[in-house]
Design a protein around this ligand. Structure first.
Ligand SMILES: Nc1ncnc2c1ncn2[C@@H]1O[C@H](COP(=O)(O)OP(=O)(O)OP(=O)(O)O)[C@@H](O)[C@H]1O
Length: 220
């Protein structure tokens, strides 16, 4: 459903940060993306979202060559991908409920059609009691879970999460992993960028994408 063919990425005139990337994210698959700090995990996730253009090679998203997409088509494609950013990107002037509901509001849906779904998702990530709090009063782990709920509300076909357990204790990290595995079992493809070896060991049937020296190595 998403694939990279001989993709390279350089920032400015520097050497390639990522090179010769050849891999695919299959429907209903689960993979960890790992590698040393600075190896390019975030850059790779940005390529997926078309927030960065590859310097060479081809990125195919849901059967479409990303280089041929119009602005509107890029927006449509992004809606099929849920993202959890490292810095959460919640809007501080909106409550958690409003933050999570935002992708559906943007799509023009009426509140009555999504209210119970937003509540259910907030319950799922353990934030129901805090639904009317503002992000500024939340802990890092709570913000992270809110960002996960927001990424999932529009039922994306693929979830990309950048260090989604980076701000939580090991118990909560296990719970979040179970949530991602459940999501995967219900048909979503999941890509988790992480440094957390312990987390990866807890789901050892997942594929591992390891970035090293700008290249991606896939371990089945
Ligand atoms: N906007 C930018 N301009 C120039 N260089 C950049 C830019 N963004 C990232 N880089 C460089 O690209 C390399 C990969 O960065 P990236 O953030 O993708 O790594 P990462 O694997 O996500 O790191 P971490 O695990 O520490 O978050 C680094 O050397 C970084 O300095």
């Amino acid at each position: 459903m998403l694939s990279f063919e001989n993709v390279g990425l350089s920032y400015g005139t520097g050497p390639e940060t990522l090179r010769d990337l050849n891999f695919a994210i299959e429907p209903n698959s689960f993979q960890f993306l790992t590698g040393p700090s600075g190896a390019g995990k975030t850059s790779l996730l940005k390529l997926f979202l078309l927030a960065l253009k590859p310097t060479r090679g081809k990125i195919i998203l849901f059967g479409r060559d990303s280089a041929t997409l119009s602005k509107d088509e890029i927006t449509q494609i992004r809606r099929r991908i849920g993202v959890v950013f490292q810095d959460f990107r919640l809007l501080d002037h909106l409550t958690l409920y409003e933050n999570v509901a935002l992708p559906l509001r943007v799509l023009g849906q009426e509140e009555a059609t999504y209210r119970s779904e937003v509540f259910e998702l907030l319950r799922w990530v353990g934030l129901f009691e805090r639904k009317y709090s503002f992000p500024t009063v939340l802990s890092g782990g709570e913000k992270q879970r809110a960002a996960i709920a927001r990424a999932l509300i529009a039922r994306p076909e693929v979830l990309l999460a950048d260090e989604p357990t980076g701000n939580v204790d090991p118990t909560l990290a296990r719970r979040l992993l179970r949530l991602f595995v459940e999501l995967h079992k219900s048909g979503t493809s999941v890509v988790i960028a992480t440094h957390d070896l312990n987390l990866m060991d807890q789901f050892d049937s997942a594929r591992r994408f390891v970035l090293a020296d700008g290249r991606l190595h896939v371990f089945e």
